[in-house]
Design a protein around this ligand. Structure first.
Ligand code: 3HC
Length: 328
């Protein structure tokens, strides 16, 4: 039989029927699962978003990890260690979810260290004082929760299920950040000044985490139509501002935005725009810490080569033993 004969013998794929089935699943707000048919563009969009998300969790270990050896007490060290470890876990759930879309962990890691895929802009800013550990917990993890709780209802099953556990842990992270800052705010004038300085530095980058304004976001419309995203970037940014203002008041800090005020008519806070040119620069690789973050990740990957080799050799040995047992 020639290849042409084989083609003729294969049942015709009903592309239109498959697409209609996919669209009906999305319309019912049901989940698409790994073995279900999905349009190529849907798969690619998910790989892009879930990979970027996983990379963010892994790169996000660096700014706070830098403070583990300098934590001011055993209690703070234990909390920070656990938190950074949680982020590693989030990365692993998300890489696993991404693998169900047909891309391997090795490929994903290479795309990160070769700068072919992105990670969140926020992790390209340095952590200059211990207060930054609290601010990252409160504002960065707070922004992450705003963005990620709706993703528990994302249309792709493995991603949505991974997000449920991630969000539970992120809520703890946010509370530990707030608790750290409120302890410092009850301390000395110097500690209060340290918190305010940290909040001033992180406020605008935290707002940038939600992505560009809706009218400059190339992916939002299609991702919303497919139920990958459940809210637009601007909606989530607004939700985050509304949530953060009363928390800042309770804490006794201010945000560095002269346009920030309650708008009774809208029932929301008005606020200024972040510097979107700075955002673009950071996303393009020109932020304060991009080079350092990737160099660190690349070195960790290279240093871990022997572990991967040993694990592969061990798995091969186990498989050979199983084969021998089966044939005995
Ligand atoms: N940092 C880096 N790149 C960003 C970005 C940001 N803050 N915001 C948007 N971008 C990129 C997009 O990825 C997209 O890149 P592309 O060239 O690959 O298309 C481009 O800018 C245009 O933006 P869009 O708004 O069109 O992109 P999306 O529709 O993907 O929306 C998003 C961006 C809202 C970040 C969305 O991808 C998303 O919700 N992702 C899942 C959540 C996530 O990745 N969070 C990262 C933080 S995780 C974290 O904080 C860890 C925690 O422990 C603290």
């Amino acid at each position: 039989m020639t290849a042409t004969d084989l083609d003729a013998a294969a049942p015709a794929v009903d592309e239109a029927g498959l697409l209609a089935g996919f669209e009906a699943t999305i319309a019912r707000s049901d989940r698409i699962e790994p073995r279900d048919w999905m349009p190529d563009h849907y798969r690619k969009t998910l790989i892009r978003q879930v990979a970027q998300h996983a990379h963010s969790e892994i790169i996000g270990m660096q700014p706070e990890g830098a403070w583990i050896t300098r934590a001011p007490s055993l209690r703070r060290k234990a909390i920070l260690l656990a938190k950074v470890q949680d982020e590693a876990g989030h990365g692993l759930y998300l890489y696993s979810a991404c693998e169900t879309l047909g891309v391997s962990r090795q490929e994903l890691t290479e795309m990160l260290i070769e700068v072919k895929q992105k990670y969140s802009s926020i992790f390209n800013y340095p952590t200059l004082s211990y207060a930054d550990v609290g601010t990252i917990g409160w504002l960065v993890d707070g922004a992450a929760i705003c963005n990620q709780v709706p993703l528990c209802r994302t249309s792709y099953g493995p991603y949505g299920r991974a997000m449920i556990r991630v969000c539970k842990e992120e809520s703890f992270h946010q509370r530990q950040g707030y608790e750290l800052l409120s302890t410092m705010m009850r301390g000395t004038d110097e500690q209060r000044a340290m918190v305010q300085e940290s909040v001033d530095r992180f406020w605008w980058p935290a707002l940038m985490m939600f992505g560009p304004p809706d009218d400059e976001s190339p992916n939002t419309e299609q991702s919303m139509a497919w139920g990958i995203k459940r809210n637009t970037n601007d909606d989530l940014r607004q939700r985050f501002v509304d949530m953060s203002v009363p928390q800042a008041e309770a804490l006794g800090v201010t945000f560095p935005d002269p346009e920030l005020r309650w708008n009774a008519e809208r029932g929301h806070h008005d606020f200024g725009q972040p510097d979107w040119d700075e955002f673009m620069q950071v996303v393009k690789g020109n932020g304060p810490c991009n080079t350092q973050r990737i160099a660190h990740r690349r070195k960790a990957h290279e240093d871990g080569g022997w572990v991967r080799e040993a694990a592969t050799a061990f798995a091969d040995k186990q498989a050979a033993a199983r084969r021998q047992e089966a044939s005995a």
